[in-house]
Design a binder for this molecule. Structure first.
Ligand code: TRP
Ligand code: ZN
Length: 475
């Protein structure tokens, strides 16, 4: 568990975001005082973050503050050269720790500049530093690696991670694909800032999250340097590569927009992307201030992928999105990206909310009311797949992107809205995004917040909609 994960529910933003630092002060002090003493024995960091759906995702014993990734991708040979510098902090006396990395060849690992022993064990890169790392201590891991990245197959059969396309790569990491292209503490419990420098053949564009700090072409290759300073879960990082048309502007609210569009998708995408500033402004009104300083879209032509991803600050689409998909992926910037999961079983906090954002958008822009959408779903018979499992307890990683999570998750929010009224409902949403901004939130924290703000007992409602098997009896 990371220090962030251990923070209590509703700390003020600043405290929550600095939790990792605060939690380590006594340990850092102890490390300082004991600096001349013998090196403590230490124990191995866990091979997973403790998530039952993805037991090997993430790792124990440390938190990554920052990833510095320097990558070079040859789009014709599909070869990736990488160097990852992780600035991390030990959360226990650490004799050994794991990173998640699948495939690729590791050519060297150093810890604080000193070569470290390493071995591969499935998706775990096991690193043994020369000396035990004391709890609270900052350390820096450098991993050099290369090879041909391959996607990982999810329990539901879909591909994620580094997915080659005809002109580059579609790079999406949810839930477990980050490890296909960089060594990571790959669980949303751990959030970090990123600097990504990527070199591709001239004529290709490499797009990541955050701000483009610079772009330089030399000897037939172009290097892009991207920086995302806000805490980001590994699955929300990308470096999608292709032949893209690029558009950049700043919104009235001062948000830097960077859109990269595959020309084959450009005419279909244009009318939808044009709405991004108004969608963000509308979402900000409902959900609270946009949590990041940059925004945009990556519209690839990747017909085999079959889904879009809410990559932080800049959602990634496998083809020109329709307006409700644009609304959905950008709603995730508040729900999932800024406020992140501590466990994949809480996935309805991402998908139920982003889906309900689509319903609200339709309702307020001349489409069906949320009530009408709810009623149409509720009319489905008890044996419909919609009722296959409750959204608060999907049961396995195979189900996390299935209809009950999205649609019944949104129905849960509609039931809440009906129970507490519009005023309190939107106050709950804004208190949620403000109170957990840049951090994490759990289902129990959300239901507790809803009860506190509304002053109502809502355990029956949430028990029915989130946790009870089968079609709920009363709408
Ligand atoms: N989170 C994505 C969304 O906005 C969906 C998604 C991401 C997905 N990765 C996936 C769906 C893998 C299926 C398989 O809805
Ligand atoms: Zn979604």
């Amino acid at each position: 568990m990371t220090p962030l994960g251990r923070q209590p529910a509703r700390r003020p933003t600043a405290v929550l975001r600095r939790g990792a630092v605060l939690a380590t002060v006594p340990a850092a002090l102890a490390a300082l005082l004991g600096a001349t003493g013998p090196t403590p024995a230490g124990t191995a960091g866990a091979s997973g973050a403790g998530d039952p759906y993805f037991p090997l995702s993430g790792n124990g014993g440390y938190h990554v503050r920052h990833y510095g990734l320097t990558l070079r991708y040859d789009t014709s040979s599909r070869h990736l050269d990488g160097r990852a510098v992780l600035s991390a902090c030990a959360t226990q006396n650490l004799s050994r720790f794991d990173l998640d990395l699948k495939g690729l060849k590791v050519t060297g690992v150093t810890v604080d500049g000193t070569p470290a022993a390493f071995r591969r064990a499935g998706q775990e890169l096991v690193v043994t530093p020369r000396r035990t790392l004391r709890a609270g201590r900052d350390f820096r891991v450098t991993v050099t690696y290369d090879g041909t990245p391959k996607p990982v197959t999810d329990p539901d059969g879909s591909a994620d991670g580094w997915i080659p396309t005809d002109d580059g790569a579609f790079v999406a990491g949810e839930p477990q694909g980050a490890m296909t292209w960089f060594p990571a503490n790959s669980h949303p419990r751990d959030k970090s800032s990123y600097d990504i420098t990527v070199t591709v053949p001239q004529g290709r564009t490499a797009v990541a999250g955050g701000v483009l700090l610079g772009q330089r072409t030399e000897h037939g290759r172009t290097t892009f340097h991207w920086r995302e300073t806000e805490p980001t879960a590994a699955y929300l990082a990308t470096v999608t590569i292709g032949k893209f048309k690029v558009e950049q502007y700043t919104t009235h609210d001062g948000i830097h927009v960077y859109n990269a569009v595959d020309p084959r998708e450009a005419s279909a995408a244009a009318p939808v992307l044009k709405k991004l500033p108004s969608v963000l402004a509308w979402e900000s009104k409902l959900f609270g201030p946009y949590p990041f300083r940059s925004a945009g879209s990556i519209v690839d032509h990747a017909p085999d992928v079959g889904y879009a991803l809410e990559t932080q600050t800049r959602p990634l689409y496998d083809s020109a999105p329709d307006l409700s998909t644009l609304v959905h992926e950008n709603a995730h910037q508040w729900f999932g990206d800024s406020v992140s999961l501590t466990a994949w079983k809480d996935i309805w906090l991402n998908e139920g909310f982003a889906t309900y954002a689509e319903w609200l958008y339709a309702e307020q822009h001349g489409g069906d009311s949320a009530q009408k959408t709810f009623d149409a779903l509720y009319a489905r018979p008890a044996n419909d797949h919609l009722w296959a499992f409750p959204p608060g307890d999907p049961g396995s990683g195979r189900n996390i992107f299935d209809t009950p999570v999205y649609a019944r998750g949104a129905m849960t929010l509609h039931a809440l809205r009906k129970a507490v009224g519009d005023r309190d409902f939107f106050r709950i949403l804004r208190a949620w995004t403000a109170g957990h901004r840049g951090g994490h939130g759990t289902t129990a924290q959300f239901t507790g917040l809803a009860e506190r703000i509304s002053g109502k007992r809502l355990d029956g409602l949430f028990h029915t909609w989130l946790f009870t098997k089968g079609k709920p009896n009363s709408a």
